[in-house]
Design a protein around this ligand. Structure first.
Ligand code: CO8
Length: 184
C-alpha cells in the first residue's frame, strides 16, 4: 500500500495573511460553547474539560481549563491525549474569528513539562495564515497565566463546507450549522 505524503504543519510556502472577520467577537469576549456535549468545551459533558475560550486580538484565542482526576494518564498527571484535545479546541476556536468552518487535518504537539491534576492550564492560539483551504496555526499551553510553557503545537486545519457536519455527523441540518463553527 502506498502511504499518503507527510503533511507538515510547517508552511511550505508563503501564506495569505489571516483576516479577522468584521463580525468576529471583540477581543475579550468569552466565546460560548459551540456544542453542549463537546468533550472539550461542553457544559453538559460529565467529565469533559469545560474549556472556556476568549477572543484575543488579531486572529488569536485564549483558553483555560483545570485538570481534574477525570483527565489523568499517569496517577496525578494529565494524559497527553487530553492535553492535545485542549490544544485542538483552542486552535479550532480560531474559526470564531475567521468565520469559516474548518476541521483539524494535522496536529503536531510538543510536550515540554508534565501537567499535574489541579493545574489550570492557560492556552493561546494564533492563526499564521492560509494556503488555499489550509489554515496554519500555532498554540502554546502554560502552567499559569505567565507560567512555564508546558505544551506547544502546530496545526493545519482544512476549510470545509457546512454540509461536512450534516453528512458525517448526527442530528444536524444545514440550517443548524453556523458558518463559523466547527463540529457544532
Ligand atoms: C469552535 C470549534 C472548536 C472545535 C475544535 C475541534 C476541531 C476538530 O477536532 S475537527 C475533528 C477532527 N478532524 C476531522 O474529523 C477531519 C477528518 N478529515 C476529513 O474530513 C478530510 O480528510 C478533510 C476535510 C480534512 C480533507 O478532505 P477534503 O475536503 O476531501 O480535502 P482534500 O481535497 O483532500 O484536501 C484539501 C486541502 O487540504 C490539505 N489537507 C487535507 N488533509 C490534510 C491533513 N490531514 N493535513 C494537512 N493538510 C491536509 C490537502 O493537501 C489539500 O491542500 P491543497 O488544496 O493545497 O492541495
Amino acid at each position: 500500500m502506498i502511504e499518503p505524503p507527510t503533511r507538515s504543519a510547517t508552511p511550505q510556502r508563503e501564506l495569505e495573511p489571516p483576516e479577522r472577520h468584521p463580525e468576529a467577537p471583540a477581543p475579550g469576549t468569552v466565546l460560548p460553547s459551540h456544542y453542549e456535549n463537546c468533550v472539550a468545551c461542553g457544559p453538559s459533558h460529565p467529565t469533559g474539560l469545560r474549556l472556556v475560550s476568549t477572543a484575543g486580538p488579531e486572529v488569536s484565542i485564549s483558553g483555560e481549563f483545570t485538570v481534574t482526576a477525570d483527565h489523568q494518564g499517569a496517577p496525578g498527571l494529565a494524559h497527553g491525549g487530553v492535553l492535545a484535545l485542549a490544544l485542538d479546541e483552542t486552535l479550532g476556536g480560531l474559526s470564531w474569528l475567521l468565520r469559516r468552518p474548518m476541521v483539524t487535518g494535522r496536529l503536531e504537539t510538543d510536550y515540554i513539562r508534565p501537567v499535574p491534576v489541579g493545574t489550570t492550564l492557560f492556552l493561546t492560539a494564533r492563526c499564521l495564515g492560509f494556503a488555499g483551504r489550509r489554515m496554519y496555526a500555532k498554540a502554546v499551553g502554560r502552567l499559569g497565566p505567565e507560567g512555564s510553557v508546558a505544551l506547544r503545537a502546530s496545526a493545519v486545519f482544512v476549510v470545509v463546507p457546512p454540509e461536512h457536519f450534516v453528512e458525517h455527523g448526527t442530528d444536524m441540518t444545514t440550517e443548524q450549522v453556523h458558518d463559523y463553527e466547527v463540529n457544532p
